[in-house]
Design a protein. Structure first.
Lengths: 406, 244
């Protein structure tokens, strides 16, 4: 197919060897930058999200906040209305009917795991030392499906039997606690003690400094919510559906639903800004690629005026001449893309092997997914064809009689 | 009883009637360069088109070659009116009916001699069949370029390039070849050689030729001479024949 056009297009490109090589290298550089930046930003964002969501649920259901309603006097002439109210202090409260809610949530296709929890503030006491803590009462197996707790154990074995607890690595260091030691827990007026079964690294220093994980029943006793759960943690199949599902659940049931995006609004804003910046860079690079190909082909049309005239005189149709130049754009785009993807692979390899953190490991894992490479290459090839449209139309419209005379 | 059938004379290969060509139509500097030319060329004719510079020879050749449109008149190829056809129809007609030989050879420099000669077939059929390739080789061999088929135009002499151009124009055996000063850029020996080749091909293939030339020696060796002066045909006849 297109035997004539293909033959002439490739010959024209081979004839202008230096010009062709330079523009293919230019396209390759553009494609490499786009592919590399895309892979880098994707890797960086995935890493950031993984670290952020490594220690928190994708979506949390909790009771709505207590509010004080404004007191209204009966409507009558001269009656005054009390409009100033004192905001109510929030106390730990249980989600009503949470045991019935869990199977309903688990049946949803978007939901991968559900874990009830009781959370409260308290103090951890060991000898003379005491530290403010975030007490979390969970069912270990369920909670493990939310934050992969077992994979975060740095010492001991994750186990939550009665009177047992798991604490953050830094908290253990602050209190001078090792696996097997006992720690006192104080919440409100209730005291208890637990034996540390494991130390965990949750990936965030503040969490490592404050987290104490105990069995759900222990937390219920400490907080004074027998049989209750202050929240339900959800892991979703697609993390990006969290906000939609949160809105949906909040509209459907009388609970507060908070997505990980709401809990990390600044992070999400930063990621969005990063994505927009990347898209702008990619767009600008692609425009430069298009302009590069177009300018080379415009020059080629001028240089090849006479040849185009001869071909037209010999019987080449305007469509055939048009396709010769569109094909040149496509060939330059395709070859540049292939070279660019290879270059991007080399850049990524260089990044992962030579840009290392203080621990000697790569800062984060980046890979060029085949789908991304194909997408970038396809876009560049299409850009090559689009870049060739104007020069090709110009070539096709050349007056053959005039072109031959030149 | 029916009347005996009268044999209709074959239509001329090309027939031009009242051809006018103006440039800058509708503008203050409008200029008419061809003033109502009429002539025809039959199958197997070998005609020269002569005239001083600026007489309109190239314009006429471009109109005959369907590269330029006339302003008024009628132009029929094998009986079909071509005036008013769109660009694609003209191009396809050009492809099947005409072959071109230009003064400056005008071969494609990126292609070898053989590839230049097979290009018309590739353009028409999208591929080169072994038969087409063999035919191109045979034509090149017949004009003495059997050993230079794989050379690029830049590696050939002017005479050789012009012979390749003639081979390219003839390879698909079009009924009419238009040659614009085919020897204008050659020395006398090469010029004679190229002209002799055209005459030979004309004799072998019965292809019609319309050759624009400034060279009276060559014009004298054509069967018919059309002389153009200031856009008017002032002579149409045998080479040494009387003026119109």
């Amino acid at each position: 197919m297109l035997g004539f056009e293909r033959r002439v297009a490739t010959r024209f490109l081979r004839e202008g060897r230096m010009q062709t090589v330079l523009i293919i290298v230019g396209v390759a550089a553009g494609v490499a930058v786009v592919a590399y930046i895309s892979a880098l930003i994707t890797g960086l964002q995935r890493n950031t999200i993984e670290k952020t969501l490594g220690a928190q649920a994708h979506l949390t259901l909790s009771p709505r906040d207590d509010v004080v309603l404004a007191a209204r006097a009966p409507a009558s002439a001269g009656a005054s209305e009390l409009v100033q109210t004192q905001p109510r202090a929030q106390r730990p409260r249980s989600i009503g009917n949470w045991r019935l809610l869990v199977p309903l949530l688990e049946a949803m296709p978007e939901v991968a795991a559900v874990s009830p929890m009781v959370s409260a503030a308290g103090l951890a006491v060991r000898g003379e030392a005491s530290k403010a803590i975030a007490l979390v009462g969970v069912d270990l197996d369920r909670y493990d499906r939310i934050v992969s707790l077992r994979s975060k154990v740095v010492d001991g074995t994750a186990r939550l039997g009665p009177g047992e607890g798991i604490i953050g690595r830094d908290l253990a260091e602050d209190l001078g606690v090792r696996v097997g030691d006992r720690v006192g827990i104080v919440t409100g007026g209730v005291n208890d003690s637990l034996r540390v079964t494991a130390l965990v690294d949750l990936g965030v220093r503040e969490l490592n400094r404050r987290t104490v994980i105990v069995p759900l029943r222990t937390a219920q006793s400490l907080v004074g919510l027998p049989g209750g759960a202050t929240g339900l943690d959800l892991t979703l199949v697609d993390i990006w559906s969290a906000q939609t599902l949160a809105d949906d659940l909040a509209a459907r049931w009388p609970y507060k639903a908070e997505s990980w995006q709401q809990a990390n609004a600044q992070l999400v804003a930063a990621l969005n800004a990063q994505s927009v910046s990347t898209a702008v860079i990619r767009g600008v690079v692609m425009i430069v690629v298009v302009l590069g190909i177009a300018s080379v082909l415009v020059v080629s049309v001028v240089q090849k005026r006479r040849e185009i005239g001869i071909l037209r005189a010999m019987g080449a149709t305007q469509g055939q001449v048009l396709r010769i130049f569109l094909l040149q754009g496509a060939i330059v785009g395709a070859l540049g893309s292939a070279l660019g993807v290879l270059l991007a692979v080399v850049l990524i390899w260089t990044f992962t092997h030579f840009v290392l953190g203080s621990d000697g490991l790569p800062l984060f894992n980046i890979t060029l997914a085949p789908a991304l490479a194909l997408r970038v290459a396809a876009i560049a090839t299409v850009c090559g064809v689009l870049a060739a449209v104007a020069p090709a139309r110009r070539a096709a419209k050349l007056d053959p009689a005039q072109a031959i005379r030149m | 009883m029916s009347a005996p059938a009268v044999a209709t004379p074959p239509a001329p290969l090309i027939e031009l009637d009242g051809i006018r060509k103006s440039y800058n139509v509708g503008m203050p500097n409008e200029a008419e360069v061809l003033h109502g030319l009429s002539f025809s060329i039959g199958h197997g004719e070998f005609a020269a088109l002569i005239g001083p510079s600026g007489s309109g020879k190239s314009t006429l050749l471009n109109i005959v070659g369907l590269l330029e449109r006339m302003t008024a008149g009628s132009y029929r190829i094998e009986g079909d009116e071509v005036n008013g056809l769109d660009d694609t129809a003209l191009t396809l007609r050009r492809r099947t009916t005409l072959g071109f030989v230009f003064q400056f050879h005008h071969l494609l420099p990126a292609f070898s001699a053989l590839e230049n000669v097979t290009l018309p077939a590739l353009m028409r059929e999208g591929r080169i069949t072994p038969a087409r390739r063999e035919r191109a080789r045979a034509v090149l061999a017949a004009i003495g370029l059997g050993d230079s088929m794989d050379k690029r135009p830049g590696e050939l002499s002017g005479g050789m390039q012009q012979r390749v151009a003639i081979a390219r124009a003839l390879v698909l055996e079009p009924p009419l070849v238009l040659a614009d000063e085919p020897t204008g850029n050659l020395d006398t020996a090469s010029s004679d050689e190229v002209f002799a080749l055209m005459r030979r091909m004309h004799a072998e293939l019965n292809t019609s030729f319309l050759v624009v030339t400034h060279d009276p020696r060559l014009a004298a060796r054509c069967d018919r001479v059309l002389e153009l002066v200031d856009g008017r045909l002032v002579h149409d006849g045998a080479a040494a024949g009387p003026a119109l």
